[in-house]
Ligand binder design. Sequence first.
Ligand SMILES: Cc1ncc(COP(=O)(O)OP(=O)(O)O)c(N)n1
Ligand code: TZP
Ligand code: MG
Length: 551
Amino acid sequence: MTSVPLPPLSAALAQYRPSAAATLRFRTPSSAPGVSASSSTRARRFSVIASAREMPWPHVLTVAGSDSSAGAGIQADIKACAALGAYCSSVITAVTAQNTVGVQGIHAVPEKFVGEQLRSVLSDMSVDVVKTGMLPSAGVVKVLCESLRKFPVKALVVDPVMVSTSGDTLSGPSTLATYRDELFSMADIVTPNVKEASKLLGDVSLHTISDMCNAAESIYKLGPKYVLVKGGDMPDSSDAIDVLFDGKEFTELRGLRIKTRNTHGTGCTLASCIAAELAKGATMLHAVQAAKKFVESALYHSKDLVIGNGPQGPFDHHFELKSPSYKMGSLQKFNPDDLFLYAVTDSGMNKKWGRSIKDAVKAAIEGGATIVQLREKDAETREFLEAAKACVEICKSSGVPLLINDRVDVALACDADGVHVGQSDMPAWEVRRLLGPGKIIGVSCKTPAQAEQAWKDGADYIGCGGVFPTTTKANNPTLGFEGLRTVCLASKLPVVAIGGINAGNAGSVMELGLPNLKGVAVVSALFDRERVAAETRNLRSILMKNAYSRS
Ligand SMILES: Cc1ncc(COP(=O)(O)OP(=O)(O)O)c(N)n1
Ligand SMILES: Cc1ncsc1CCOP(=O)(O)O
Ligand SMILES: [Mg+2]
């Protein structure tokens, strides 16, 4: 079984900010049928359309029920797709009256009219992926299958919604049979939770991961290319474990279980996120991973929201819009959350372990580093610049900022995201003058006065240490927790702790609970090791556990 843990929240957040590319790409709209226009305005409109460059916008069509409380169903699907930069059209199969207490009523849309909606969308718009939610009758499932045969799409995501989170039945036994007999064989992925998997397989009991694997295998035999059995409802675990099966291999996907009442719509959202990622071109494993990360982040950010009086509330799909970095728009270059797991390379250690800077950076990112600094004290300038350029590419493609230690010239030449300087390096104000407002500047500070100066000089964060004794930097005084606390309390800037930090003591650093202490910077505990990715992953999971338990 392959085990794929999730990257930290900060990386997840960075990843979920719709990229400029995603927000700017759009498809020229065609004129709406039934809208009257004079022949000259029509001609003008068509000439504009014809001359415009066609730009694709990843498009998901959701075929599902409306939820009046907007936590689940069509409303959740549209919000999820929008958050991930995909367009979402909608075919409504039923209108439900529901709230945070439960489902008070269901009004199914006539099957023929579901068919009409499907024809309207699929005959006109280029839909990449169809995602299904509540399909209230066998007839609706059949209408959908017919439409998909007539208008094939790139992928079909089937969320076999049978029972609402409040326990109300949303589709009956004859619908289940049609799912199994007709829809599943057309699906790229089917995403039942354990209750749904059990129902699909004639009420088998599912209690363990091994039961989930067996269920995934049995559902796979019904025809889909992938099956994701979601273990969120499994008891007695601090992790939310899902099992993905592709017919050959089981992949266990772990996420943290967020303690909150606001879980209404998690299933719809997960399936819609998978659909959105597939529409954007992701592989199935990546789509599922990204979807899980999104749901985990949204639940985390919404855990204390209060909407409605019932036991299950909605969560905020657009939590990103509330973050200060998003509000500052495209000028924002630095997210303090990126300091969470700061990997600082070391040329000596890379040499010792026979790896290139590039491989070291790749491995740290693979393990979940959220920001990287190239600290190559004895590299030749030309060789360093070449390596730095390669690392810039790697980091850009992973959405991880890359900073250069000391060397403003190298940072400028390779267009790095910023520079980290110490008290004997170029002053931060001078670095800011050279790099401009759009780059990240970090300054090492050991005292409140230095922290104040860094802020005045226009730095973005400060590095504070050594917290513990270190052999990586010669003659570096140890500040201890008290020194770190004093600097943090005085600093107006976010702080990353550095010096002698490893998997054994990182938790205790973060447990200091200092609000502006955003993470740890680490050299030897990642790079003076044989397996950089594994060490990074381990440290990340320790930091994440701490971050979640504090909140
Ligand atoms: C994140 C971070 N914090 C502190 C340092 C140390 O910088 P400096 O004091 O300039 O020492 P050198 O790294 O240049 O030896 C850092 N590099 N990164
Ligand atoms: C660069 C630096 N600045 C203060 S301590 C330090 C070295 C940190 O290295 P390690 O994580 O191996 O102790
Ligand atoms: Mg320096």
